[in-house]
Design a protein around this ligand. Structure first.
Ligand code: GTP
Ligand code: MG
Length: 205
């Protein structure tokens, strides 16, 4: 699949104000600065579509992008950013949680993980919670260009081993680099396949 058209629709803090939940929706989440907005720009091949920054905490709202008039990409604020007030963190946490639970067309969550790091407690806990809540997700390792393939594979294996301690079935995972466009075809093929399944389920309903 290739993306022909990607446009920014709106930013909201309230799920109720988000676009009509009529299309499959894929949300990008993960720690601040992990590369969520950059990955959205890489997938859509539009450099400035989602706002990026070298400083964590750039994305602060639920941002909707409409892709080819058939599905939504959502850029969310990062979790675990220490340098904002506790109050602001609680507010974001609530907003994200509410979004994850109430957004009825949410089809799959992309949990972004820094491929340079050993498994992080905050990410493992976040995925644990998604699993418990029955929210479908995949793991997306970012910034693979920043180190050797061997190190990336080591960190991916460590994450999968950790996840395997709790879950019988491991979520799918993708290795990406926003600068090298690594993983772009794989992610887009995955989305295409899920979109097809959603359409089929709709036909059978
Ligand atoms: P918040 O919105 O603050 O939560 O951050 P984010 O997860 O959206 O991260 P963002 O896309 O803004 O990227 C953070 C920084 O990492 C920026 O300086 C990006 O240029 C850099 N970056 C993101 N992805 C990659 C990548 O794949 N490779 C390299 N080398 N740098 C990346
Ligand atoms: Mg961002």
């Amino acid at each position: 699949m290739n993306i022909r058209q990607a446009k920014f629709l709106m930013s909201n803090s309230r799920v109720e104000d988000c676009p009509a939940p009529t299309l499959p929706e894929y949300a990008f989440i993960g720690r601040s600065n992990v590369g969520k907005s950059s990955l959205i720009n890489m997938l859509t091949e539009q450099k400035g579509l989602a706002k990026t920054s070298s400083l964590p905490g750039k994305t602060q709202l639920i941002n909707h992008f409409l892709i080819d008039n058939t599905w939504y990409l959502v850029d969310l604020p990062g979790y675990g950013y220490a340098r904002v007030s506790k109050e602001a963190r609680t507010k974001w946490g609530r907003m994200i949680n509410y979004y994850l639970h109430k957004r009825e067309n949410l089809t799959c969550v992309f949990v972004l993980l820094d491929s340079r790091l050993e498994p992080q407690a905050i990410d493992l806990e976040f995925m644990e919670q998604l699993g418990q809540d029955g929210i479908p997700f995949v793991m997306v390792f970012t910034k693979a260009d920043k180190q050797s393939g061997t190190r990336t594979r080591h960190h991916v294996a460590s994450y999968l081993a950790k996840m395997g301690e709790t879950w019988d079935e491991l979520p799918r995972h993708f290795v990406t680099s926003a600068t090298e466009k690594t993983g772009r075809d794989e992610l887009l093929s995955f989305i295409e396949e899920v979109n097809r399944q959603v359409a089929q389920a709709g036909d059978n309903a």
